[in-house]
Design a protein around this ligand. Structure first.
Ligand code: NAD
Length: 392
């Protein structure tokens, strides 16, 4: 099969197996060029391990620290006629690279919100390495089925309180326009908290603890985005921000509940980056295109792999991590500091359809977007016939 990108709206509906493998390899190469992550423990569970921040965390743990990694993801397997999802191919490539270096890797593909997958993970931990010392919770999902009631909840990306009119960039049409986002109602807010809040993270940690597979002094972290003025109306102070606040509650509760084993639970505040999850959030593609340009000029731009390398080295396993005012591991200060934000705000006010390509780093945004699906990667022959069926 010859595979070219099929882009529909904010998503690409296919993926390239060779390109995804090359993208994973680029991240592995980056990690191997950095000083080893000696303080990171050797038994790591990553929930949401196949793309974006979770995949990068896993690559850092495995190739930077030599850790055994157990991953959980929800990806579509390829067939002869249809490519698998990027996360499927990324995971296959990760396994292959890990095996080459004699690194243990196992991935369970299924709904992380379900009790069945939690049970399978616990069984696997018991069988293969007894306990875990680090649990990274990096799920991004539009829906969650409650494991007890079976009710299905959906998250929404809407402001709270009042409608919000702002600029946005439509990646599909290459168009800067204005949109008005209607405010969420209470039910939508509660459903978003149910999907993207801390409840499932807590259920995971309770299941691991109760099964005796959480080691003494283990750490866990979930990821959040705390932006600034430009993104607050649609992120920080919107439905998704409410869900993310619930992570703070969950982290505090878990620190108390599992004080007996000295569990350290943190929310990590990461920078805005192009991932499958962020491309779906209105306003974010425009904001990200502008902030990429500013941060590249300042020499502070990072991708998922660089952010999570620093997270592990300078925050999660550092004696003196930088914390924000809410006690979160503060990794997005290079993005949210006043000087950088002032620059992006000035651009935000100027940007129009006509000057978008001059003011924003659209090329950077678009290239990162394509890379998520294994496209646009140097050295990959996109006209070659490739077998879409890849297993791990
Ligand atoms: P992503 O879409 O790249 O990754 C999501 C992962 O979750 C994938 O591995 C996917 O397979 C998995 N997943 C989704 N639903 C699942 C399910 N039901 N069961 C099992 N696995 C499932 O997203 P991302 O941007 O890397 O986001 C990860 C976390 O980082 C999220 O909490 C997000 O809010 C946070 N974050 C993202 C950004 C950003 O700009 N992208 C910034 C800060 C924080």
């Amino acid at each position: 099969m010859v595979i070219h990108p099929k882009i529909r709206g904010f998503i690409c509906t296919n993926a390239h197996p060779v390109g995804c493998a090359a993208h994973v390899q680029q991240q592995i190469d980056y990690v191997k060029q950095q000083p080893a992550l000696n303080d990171v423990p050797k038994r790591v569970l990553v929930i949401g391990s196949s793309t974006g921040y979770g995949l990068a965390s896993r690559i850092n743990a495995a190739f930077g620290a030599g850790a055994k990694t157990l991953g959980v993801c929800f990806e579509k397997e390829p067939t002869e006629k249809k490519t698998g999802t990027a996360g499927w191919y990324n995971t296959a490539a990760f396994h292959k690279a890990a095996a080459k270096e004699g690194l243990y890797a196992h991935t369970i593909n299924g709904d992380a919100f379900s009790n069945e997958i939690k049970d399978q993970v616990i069984e696997k931990i018991k069988e293969d390495f007894g306990q875990v010392d680090l649990v990274i919770y990096s799920l991004a999902s539009p829906k969650r089925k409650d494991p007890v009631t079976g009710d299905l909840y959906s998250s929404t990306l809407k402001p709270i309180g009042q409608a919000y009119t702002t600029k946005t960039y439509n990646t599909d049409k290459d168009e800067v326009s204005e949109i008005t986002l209607e405010p969420a109602n209470d039910d939508e807010i509660q459903q978003t908290i149910k999907v993207m809040g801390g409840e499932d993270w807590e259920l995971w940690m309770a299941a691991l603890h109760d099964a005796g597979v959480l080691a003494d002094n283990a750490k866990t972290t979930a990821y959040t985005y705390i932006g600034k003025k430009l993104t607050w109306p649609i992120y920080g102070q919107a439905t998704i921000g409410k869900a993310k606040e619930d992570l703070d509650r969950a982290a505090a509760e878990m620190r108390t509940r599992y004080a007996g084993i000295n569990l350290e639970a943190y929310v990590s505040s990461l920078k805005a980056l192009v991932t499958q999850a962020s491309s779906a959030i209105p306003v974010m593609p425009l904001y990200i295109s502008l902030i990429y340009g500013v941060m590249k000029e300042e020499g502070t731009h990072e991708g998922c792999i660089e952010q999570t390398y620093r997270l592990l080295k300078d925050a999660l396993y550092s004696e003196n991590p930088k914390l924000d005012e809410a006690g979160r591991l503060f990794m997005n200060d290079w993005e949210t500091n006043e000087k950088t934000q002032a620059k992006v705000e000035a651009l935000w006010h100027q940007v129009t359809q006509d000057n978008f390509h001059q003011l924003a780093d659209y090329a950077g945004y678009h290239s990162d977007f394509l890379k998520l699906f294994g496209f646009g990667i140097e050295g990959v022959d996109y006209d070659a016939d490739v077998d879409p069926v890849v297993t791990w």
